[in-house]
Design a protein around this ligand. Structure first.
Ligand SMILES: [Zn+2]
Length: 282
């Protein structure tokens, strides 16, 4: 039994009315990783990275049927309604896996959606490299996708736990990854994705991180904090909705309509409590 799914579908969804939809309503920024058949045996549903291609296509069909139009983060944060109407959705992918090129991109094209991909640049080369035991895209593939309209952002150089790094190393991860992508794609990069669970309860870190993100030249940064995003939200602490192969049509649709946002509030409260209970450090 998966508690977050059961509560979302059995309790929150029936309480929330679809009439709350307006053009200015918070928008979903979806977080995918891999589009593949990997069964990820032994991994709890919440932590899985893979979404099977057939289910990913179903997600795109659901988005279309509910009137969503794919945009990038700059468009989302500057304009609540995409030109031509429709509800904005940002489809993001972390980690630069090869199956974005082979599996996700053809489906995105077929259904008329764009996407944003965040790259950990140490694992992206002219020749094939791997990260987390999965093959990554190469720069030639990324350049093709960039020309075809996919937006690229940074996901650091080495995908470290940023909160554990001295500030100089944190800056290097932010700056060098941006410079590398800009050099390879010959265009400015202003979007960043924080690796691993965002330590939102660590106020000192969050302050340091936000300063470094701005100074490194980013305008938009996404986190793993769960929820939909309003245009009034801080552009460097953008919430996302995690999506994987455990999101069947009902759960995915509920997330789009904000019925999973409660999970973000519960996680934030738990992290704050956990931090209060930790012994004082240094
Ligand atoms: Zn990642």
């Amino acid at each position: 039994m998966r508690l977050d799914r059961a509560l979302t579908l059995a309790v929150v969804s029936p309480l929330r009315s679809a009439s709350q939809r307006t053009a200015a309503a918070p928008a979903p920024v979806l977080m995918y990783h891999s589009v593949s058949e990997d069964p990820e045996t032994g991994v709890a549903p919440y932590y899985r990275l893979a979404t099977p291609p057939a289910l990913f296509e179903e997600h795109l069909q659901i988005l279309k049927s509910r009137g969503f139009v794919g945009v990038d983060l700059a468009t989302l944060m500057s304009r609540p309604t995409p030109s031509g109407g429709g509800r904005p959705v940002v489809i993001t992918f972390d980690d630069g896996f090869r199956d974005f090129h082979t599996h996700a991109w053809p489906l995105l094209q077929r259904h008329g959606f764009t996407a944003t991909m965040f790259l950990p640049t140490a694992f992206i080369h002219e020749s094939r490299q791997a990260f987390k035991d999965r093959e990554c895209m190469t720069w030639p593939e990324i350049r093709d996708l960039n020309r075809a309209g996919i937006t690229f952002g940074s996901h650091t150089v080495n995908h470290p736990k940023l909160a554990t790094l001295p500030e100089a190393e944190l800056r290097t991860e932010l700056v060098v990854s941006r410079q590398t992508i800009e050099r390879e794609l010959s265009r400015p990069i202003d979007t960043f994705a924080h690796p691993y669970a965002f330590p939102e309860a660590d106020r000192d870190y969050v302050r340091r991180y936000r300063r470094c993100v701005t100074e490194a030249g980013y305008r938009y940064a996404v986190t793993t904090t769960i929820g939909r995003t309003a245009t009034s939200d801080a552009p460097d602490l953008i919430k996302r909705l995690p999506v994987n192969g455990a999101d069947d049509a009902a759960f995915f649709s509920a997330k789009l309509e904000g019925h999973y946002d409660w999970m973000g509030r519960v996680q934030s409260a738990l992290r704050r409590v956990k931090r209060l209970l930790q012994p004082a450090r240094r």
